[in-house]
Structures are given as structure tokens and as C-alpha cells.
Design a protein around this ligand. Structure first.
Ligand SMILES: Cc1cc2nc3c(=O)[nH]c(=O)nc-3n(C[C@H](O)[C@H](O)[C@H](O)COP(=O)(O)OP(=O)(O)OC[C@H]3O[C@@H](n4cnc5c(N)ncnc54)[C@H](O)[C@@H]3O)c2cc1C
Length: 556
């Protein structure tokens, strides 16, 4: 799971640190091959998953009515307390609104950016970093300023980020041929052809970073709404990233691996399913200038759970967790909305009448939750595909032995379809003792429906065994060091930017308001990113504020 970027394949000479690490690891790596299998895992841990029961009830037509005395009036109801819903709430509050509510069906806010806490460290359950935003990303900059992460802007209007929030060194390593190597591109054993292909790829990403359209817009920018819609760029959406690379004669296995890894990592889809637009967006949108390295990464032990906490604290008085919206209806010529929600704890049914609603839940739920959704919007929602992900938090009583380059924040296995793991204690500077590895797998090698069912059917034992076996690739003795292993089954984890989707009318129309119902959610951008979730939350809230007759000094 990585913040891979162009900096990962700088082709400079091998550093002394890397050379030493390689030498030290050489003999240890040989020893690793001789190690015997450790005893089986102790059966400690649990399965977490979004509330599937209520999701399936809504899908199957559950439409309860609240009693006459169970209705409340408010100005705005936000449905969903993930980053986009919380950002919408934050913007409403900043716009001076007091009468609004956020309904979140889980007992905790955050959605796919939620986090956990042990006696050792906090750890993420999903999203775990944001790259330092560029100046056009005004809404995220405003939030990070409020959090004290961004101190100000430099002469180029670029954010100045506190050192303690930038990912510590060493950031990334990859395991190949029995050894850890620095960075994500295994340079040490790369052939001349691999290196040449990397150079050519890098020149191409630099070309795109330099590119501007007639209106001065970048080809790939975050938020995507600020990027160019010129046909030269959007046309890249019609071909897969794999095909686009093959057309250029870039057949290097190392380069293909890096790009495929990046697509799986950021989108949960393979190089041959991801559109070339999305594949390039990943690399180019994080380059401030063609010669710069990728933007540095902002992270915390709990990942983007820190952003969730900040936003949730801000709107704590308006946040209602454990309330699942089961019905959202437009009333009386679109002048208001009626929202029915189920209290998951008490099973009571409650109703809200509001002037506006922000639907900040994923689009695939819209046809089930929004009553009388027009046929065109239903067809649009059906175009959104999501990849399922398995995430595990592996609590270790002590760290495994190391072979080669030392433990990093991000640790990736070249010969695995998993995305490796992130070390939760890394950012806190705890380099010894117990830790938590957050392990990720985007189950993208089967059709999403098949992979999702397999994920949902998976027992804790099966999931734990899959995780530990994968970790054993590089840490043969890890089984005996696992104290606890919890797994999260994300059925609809990430929207897939498959060929043709990002620039499809279906994707673009989905963020248009439907009378008093406004839409937020990262999936509206066709990619799953904190920045896009914040953008859509803030955009939707500004639509609402304008609808309520408030003056809006836009943050987007
Ligand atoms: C494993 C994983 C790793 C990721 N890593 C990163 C990363 O490192 N950096 C990054 O930027 N992004 C990452 N992402 C993407 C992440 O999804 C986005 O950054 C962002 O958090 C999405 O926020 P959202 O509000 O759009 O959607 P969600 O997180 O899906 O939030 C939607 C919320 O709506 C709630 N909800 C749904 N239905 C209802 C209902 N009927 N009633 C009430 N509430 C409802 C859900 O419970 C949920 O809390 C990752 C995602 C996953 C799955």
C-alpha cells in the first residue's frame, strides 16, 4: 500500500545505505530460506465489516414509517459520515449553518478512513495518507490548516507542512529474491532494458506534468474538477493503462509490475482494467513540476483517521452515529426532503424533514435509498463498479527479523498479489518493540462480484491464514510473533476507474443535484481519494448554502 510516485524510480547510483543494507541482508536472506514453519496462529482476533445486515434489508425493500411523534425538523441532513459527509458538515458549519445533522449508519464515523487503537498504537482500517496538496486543492488546504498540519503558504502559494506530519524516512521498500530493497522499483536487480523503460516512462510523466490546455489547466490535477477536459487528455480514458504502455513498446516486467501495483494500490484494479487516464493521473497529478519528485506524503499512525477525528470533533453536536438512512424522498415540488432512518441499536424508526439533503454514501446505494430515483440516475448508478478489499491489522508482540533494507512505513512484496503492509508505529518514531502491521489486499484478479462474495464468505481462520502466509514471504518466523489479528471486509471499498468510466456522462451527471438532494462521495470522481471526497463534500455543502440563500465565499 503505497504512495508510489515518480520519485520511486530515480535511477541514481546505489546509495551507501542501500548497499550496506544489501550486504547485511545477503547472508540473513539465505538463512531465511532454511527456516522451518512455526506453530499455527493462536485464534485471537475478529472480523469487522460495514453493517451488511442493514444494507441487505434496504436492498430488499425495507421501508418502515416512523410514528407521527418520531419526526424532527432541521435544515439539512447529510447521509453518510465518511470523509465526504464530514467535509460537507464542516463546510455547512463554516458557512454559518447550525441546524443540520449527519446520519452515519456505523457506530463510528469515518467510513473507509476509519481507524482503530490498541495499547501500542493507533492504526488505520483503510485510508492512511494524503500527498501534500497543491495550491488548487483549496478545501483540503483549509482543513489541514485548521488541523495545524499546514502552517502557511510559500512564495509559490504551496503549502508549508510541519515536518512531523511528513512520512519519516525510510518510506518504502520492496521484497524481491529474499531481500528487502529501498524504494518500490527494485533497482538492484533491474536489467538495462528495465532501466531504459523506466527512464522513458519518467520522461512521459514529466511531459504530462508540463502539459497545459488552452485555459492553462493541468492535464491531471487534484481535485479532478480542476484538471483539463481537453480531448487529448480525456481520450486516454478509452484505452487501458496496460494497452497504452504496450503501444509504446514498454514491455519491461519491472515497469509493468510497478504500474500494475500502483493501479491495484490506488484503485483496486489491474493495469489491464484501469484506464490509461487513471493510470497516468496516479503518477502525474502528484508532480508539482516536471522535474520535481512526487509530492511528499502526510500521514499519522491512524492514517486518515486523524482527519476524520478532526472533522468529527468539529461537528460532534450534529453527528448521529448508528442511524442508517433507509428512505430519502423529495416532497412537494422539490421544496424539501423527508428522511427515514433506522436506529441500529434500538431498532426505532425516526424521521427528519429538511430543506436539503446531502447524499454522501456511495452511488451504488442511491437507487435503494432514494425513492423514485429517475431512470437515468438509476442507469448512471449502475455504471459505478467497486472493488472489494481485505484489510488486516496484525498486532505483533515483537518485530520480525529483517533481511536487507530496514523496516519502512510502506513494505511491499514483489511476488505477491497483496499490496504489502504499512507499519503503524513508524510515524510515531517507535522503531523497536511491539507494533501493528496494516496489511492490504485489493481483490482485483476476479470479477468484483465473484471476489466480493468470496470475501464475504471468508472465515476469520481463512483470512488470518491468507494474511500470515503472505507475510511469511519475507518474515518466515512472523507466525509466532502475532498476538492478535483482526480483519476488515470492505465489500465496496473503492470505485474502479475502468476504461471509459472517468469521462463517461454517467460519472459526470451523478454529481448533479436532484432538486433538494445533493451528492457527495469520492466515487463521484471515479477514483477513491481523500482529496476527492473532501472536494465533493465541500461542493455539495456550498450548493446547499446557496440554496438556503447564504452568501458563499467558495472554497473549491
Ligand atoms: C483499504 C482502503 C485504503 C484506502 N487508502 C487511501 C489512502 O491511503 N488515501 C486516500 O486518500 N484514500 C484512500 N482510500 C480511499 C477512501 O475511500 C477515500 O479517501 C475516502 O475516505 C472516501 O470517503 P467517502 O465519504 O467518499 O466514502 P466512504 O468512506 O465510503 O463513506 C461513506 C459513509 O456513508 C455511510 N453510509 C452508507 N450508507 C449509509 C446509510 N444508508 N445511512 C447512513 N450512513 C450510510 C458509510 O457507513 C460510510 O461511513 C482507501 C480506501 C480503502 C477502502
Amino acid at each position: 500500500m503505497a504512495a508510489v510516485g515518480v520519485r520511486d524510480f530515480h535511477l541514481g547510483p546505489i546509495s551507501r545505505r542501500r548497499m550496506l543494507a544489501g550486504l547485511v541482508g545477503g547472508s540473513a536472506g539465505l538463512l531465511a530460506g532454511c527456516s522451518r514453519r512455526e506453530p499455527l496462529l493462536p485464534p485471537t482476533g475478529e472480523i469487522l465489516a460495514p453493517n451488511l445486515a442493514i444494507g441487505h434489508r434496504i436492498r430488499d425493500g425495507f421501508r418502515p414509517r416512523p410514528s407521527a411523534d418520531a419526526w424532527q425538523e432541521t435544515d439539512v441532513v447529510v447521509i453518510g459520515g465518511g470523509i465526504s459527509g464530514l467535509a460537507a458538515a464542516w463546510r455547512l458549519q463554516r458557512g454559518g449553518l447550525e441546524r443540520f445533522l449527519v446520519l452515519e449508519m456505523e457506530t463510528v464515523p469515518g467510513g473507509t478512513a476509519r481507524s482503530g487503537q490498541s495499547s501500542v498504537t493507533a492504526y488505520p482500517w483503510g485510508a492512511h495518507y494524503v500527498p501534500v496538496p497543491m495550491r488548487e486543492n483549496r478545501s483540503l488546504i483549509a482543513i489541514l490548516k485548521e488541523m495545524g498540519v499546514i502552517g502557511g503558504l510559500d512564495a509559490m502559494d504551496s503549502p508549508i507542512v510541519g515536518e512531523q506530519f511528513l512520512c519519516r524516512d525510510p518510506g518504502e521498500r520492496v521484497f524481491l529474491d529474499g531481500l528487502w530493497q529501498e524504494g518500490l522499483f527494485p533497482l538492484d536487480s533491474a536489467s538495462a532494458d528495465d532501466r531504459a523503460a523506466m527512464q522513458a516512462f519518467r520522461a512521459e510523466t514529466a511531459r504530462w506534468a508540463r502539459w497545459r490546455d488552452g485555459k492553462g489547466r493541468r492535464a491531471f490535477a487534484i481535485p479532478i474538477a480542476t484538471a483539463s477536459d481537453d480531448a487529448e487528455v480525456s481520450g486516454l480514458d478509452r484505452v487501458s493503462m496496460g494497452e497504452w504502455m504496450r503501444l509504446r513498446g514498454w514491455n519491461s516486467p519491472r515497469l509493468s509490475w510497478l504500474v500494475d501495483y500502483s493501479c491495484r494500490d490506488d484503485y483496486g484494479s489491474t493495469i489491464d482494467e484501469t484506464s490509461a487516464w487513471a493510470g497516468l493521473f496516479y503518477f502525474v497529478s502528484r508532480l508539482r513540476t516536471p522535474t520535481d519528485e512526487s509530492q511528499p506524503v502526510i500521514t499519522w499512525p491512524e492514517g486518515n483517521g486523524r482527519i476524520v477525528r478532526h472533522l468529527a470533533d468539529r461537528v460532534a453536536g450534529n453527528l448521529r452515529c448508528g442511524l442508517a438512512c433507509v428512505d430519502l424522498a423529495r416532497r412537494e415540488k422539490d421544496t424539501s426532503v423527508e428522511i427515514v432512518a433506522l436506529d441500529i441499536g434500538t431498532q426505532n424508526v425516526v424521521g427528519f424533514r429538511a430543506r436539503h439533503a446531502v447524499f454522501a454514501a456511495p452511488q451504488f446505494l442511491a437507487p435503494y435509498v432514494i425513492r423514485d430515483l429517475p431512470a437515468e440516475r438509476r442507469r448512471n448508478a449502475a455504471e459505478f463498479e467497486y472493488s472489494p478489499w481485505l484489510v488486516a491489522n496484525v498486532h505483533l508482540r515483537e518485530r520480525p527479523e529483517e533481511f536487507g533494507f530496514p523496516l519502512c512505513w510502506d513494505n511491499v512484496f514483489y511476488d505477491s498479489r497483496s499490496l504489502g503492509y504499512v507499519t503503524a508505529t513508524h510515524q510515531a518514531g517507535n522503531d523497536y518493540g511491539p507494533t501493528v502491521f496494516t496489511w492490504y489486499d485489493a481483490l482485483c484478479d476476479d470479477p468484483a462480484r465473484v471476489a466480493r462474495q468470496r470475501l464475504l464468505d471468508m472465515t476469520w481462520n481463512e483470512a488470518a491464514e491468507k494474511v500470515v502466509r503472505d507475510l511469511e514471504t519475507a518474515h518466515p518466523e512472523i507466525r509466532s510473533r502475532v498476538e492478535r489479528l483482526d480483519v476488515m471486509k470492505w465489500g465496496h471499498a473503492m470505485v474502479r476507474p475502468r476504461i471509459g468510466f472517468v469521462w463517461s456522462p454517467a460519472r459526470r451527471q451523478a454529481s448533479q443535484p436532484l432538486g433538494p438532494i445533493h451528492f457527495a462521495g469520492t466515487d463521484l470522481s471515479g477514483v477513491a481519494l481523500c482529496e476527492e471526497a473532501v472536494f465533493h463534500g465541500v461542493r455539495a455543502a456550498e450548493e446547499v448554502l446557496r440554496g438556503l440563500g447564504r452568501k458563499v465565499d467558495s472554497l473549491i
